[in-house]
Design a protein around this ligand. Structure first.
Ligand SMILES: [Cu+2]
Length: 150
């Protein structure tokens, strides 16, 4: 009889602990993922040869404070894509699919420098650029793994 009670008690304890842990995990996830400012990229609406990167209020991105952003890319056309790169680092950041359409969100940490975006196929006519400003010694965090050496 006592053993059975003990068993029930320990079961209840286990459930409570699991609930507490789940709550903790949720809280930790909430802390680890603050909402980043959003930038909206659009390319090829109605198959037009248009490309843009705008703030949520519709203003074209020309200068941007350094930091981590969520870039929501709307690719409307199977003729075009949206690719982003750093001119300062001579590095491609991401490249969307030309044939693909739909919406994808990329998390990007920008450090100061010059950046450009374009459609890979029609980069001569479909392109834009902006400058990221801020102190170059700013410590930024990134969700991407960092490589050392090599
Ligand atoms: Cu294109």
């Amino acid at each position: 009889m006592i053993a059975r009670l003990d068993h029930r008690l320990s079961m209840r304890m286990t459930l409570l602990t699991a609930a507490a842990l789940a709550g903790f995990a949720l809280a930790a996830a909430g802390i680890a993922r603050p909402a980043n400012p959003v930038l909206v990229a659009k390319v090829g609406f109605h198959n037009a040869f248009t490309i843009s990167l705008r703030f949520p209020d519709g203003k074209l991105v020309r200068t941007l404070p350094a930091g981590t952003y969520s870039i929501v890319v709307h690719d409307y056309s199977r003729l075009h894509n949206f690719a982003l790169g750093s001119q300062t680092a001579n590095r491609r950041i991401f490249t969307g699919s030309v044939r693909g359409i739909g919406t994808k969100t990329y998390t990007v940490t920008f450090t100061p420098g010059s950046y450009a975006y374009a459609c890979s196929v029609h980069f001569r006519t479909m392109h834009g650029s902006f400058v990221v400003t801020g102190p170059s010694d700013t410590t930024t965090t990134s969700t991407e793994p960092t490589t050392t050496g090599g």
